[in-house]
Write a protein that binds this ligand. Structure first.
Ligand code: SF4
Length: 385
């Protein structure tokens, strides 16, 4: 089912979803298996730590509560890792406890990331009834060969089944994550994936270019010449194709890698892109408030030991300098359809990109065009002076 109309392409300075209150991120580092391309703080085989870990999340929230009194969190995002490796009752009780300890807003957006192989309708119904409002599903591709190249455990069929289960369980806000550029993926295969995703009718889609991280198994294979690196020209074509197909289906391209039906942008991500305040709980989670950034110890065991000893599990922190804040502002805001106020940028720096058609001017803002979005980081770097 495609949903026609109302599509707003990039190149238009349009406002993002309204957010209220800070964001709350909760990291769950457990996965069924480790995907070869993944450099997230995620581990297979640590499931035996789950009970201790959930207890530590509760305790960390209690430790943080004093500093966030009266905050009323507008969004919660359980990410990972694979949060749905936890029992659904555990997820729901954890969210209820976070609400009691930290205070969630009345209309809070509560997202849980899911791997298709870890959920069925009964599982998802328990989440939905328990207050989870949004599901983000890691589908990546509907081509079995591409899933195999990515070393994903699930099949296209399990992604289809999990999506239908989410709808049957009452989720009316579902995101599908896709990745393009894996070994052997052709433009035709990518077209098939995007078309099938659109046909399912999700409310939100994220599409990321596969990047090779040197520390991953895939990174080592590429370094050894066993697997070719993604072809950037092909990835650019894939990006263009996604822009075209998703715009035609009525999705608004509101950030470089994100599309949503109007009004269904991910509010949690908008907090990050606006450089709002957010609290991260769990191993390696990052937080930001009042010009201070801090991050937790990354190894789950080190995190657990700190919290269990009653110490804040902070691994490091920094003050954002005015110059750093400006750079971040340009990088983050330019990635969205809001763009950046033209008055904040030296016109001589913007001119070549306007002439090349990578930037456009709208309502006093500089906004990336669809072509410009694929080169967002390069353009942002140039505009930062
Ligand atoms: S499921 Fe996600 S977090 Fe887990 S290993 Fe795969 S890509 Fe990484």
């Amino acid at each position: 089912m495609s949903r026609a109309g109302n599509g707003v392409g990039a190149g238009k300075a349009t406002s993002l979803a309204q957010t209220s209150g800070p964001g709350l991120y909760v990291h769950v580092p457990f996965c069924l298996t480790r995907c070869g391309y993944c450099d997230f703080n995620a581990y297979a085989g640590l499931g035996h730590l789950a009970d201790r870990y959930i207890a530590a999340l509760r305790r960390e929230a209690e430790m943080a509560a004093g500093e966030w009194t009266g905050a009323s969190f507008g969004t919660v995002f359980l990410g990972g890792g694979t949060p749905t490796t936890l029992a659904p009752g555990e997820v729901v009780r954890l969210i209820e406890d976070l609400d009691r300890t930290l205070g969630l807003g009345e209309e809070a957006e509560v997202t849980v990331e899911a791997n298709p192989d870890t959920v069925d309708e009964a599982y998802l119904r328990e989440l939905r009834v328990g207050g989870v409002t949004r599901l983000s599903m890691g589908v990546q591709s509907f081509d079995p060969a591409v899933l195999a190249a990515l070393e994903r455990v699930h099949s296209p069929d399990s992604a289809r089944r999990a999506y239908r289960a989410a709808r049957a369980a009452g989720f009316d806000d579902v995101n599908l994550d896709l990745i393009y550029g894996a070994q052997g993926e052709t433009l035709a295969s990518w077209r098939g994936t995007v078309e099938e995703a659109v046909a399912l009718g999700p409310d939100h889609l994220s599409a990321y270019a596969l990047t090779i991280e040197p520390s991953t198994p895939l990174g080592r294979k590429v370094a050894a010449g066993l697997v070719p690196a993604p072809d950037p020209d092909l990835q650019a074509e894939m990006y263009d194709l996604a822009c075209e197909l998703l715009a035609a289906a009525g999705y608004r391209h509101y950030e470089v890698s994100n599309w949503a039906l109007p009004g269904l942008e991910c509010r949690h991500n908008v907090v990050y892109w606006r450089r709002g305040a957010y609290l991260g709980l769990g191993a390696g989670a990052h937080s930001h408030r009042d010009g201070r950034r801090w991050w937790n110890l990354r190894p789950p065991l080190a995190y657990l030991e700190a919290v269990e000893a009653g110490r804040p599990p902070v691994g490091g922190e920094e003050r954002v300098t005015p110059e750093g804040a400006r750079l971040e502002e340009v990088f983050l805001r330019l990635r969205t359809t809001e763009g950046i106020p033209a008055a904040d940028v030296d016109p001589a720096l913007a001119e070549p990109y306007l002439a090349e058609g990578l930037l456009s001017r709208r309502n006093g803002h500089l906004v990336l065009t669809e072509r410009g979005m694929f080169l967002a980081n390069d353009v942002a770097l140039a505009l930062s002076g």
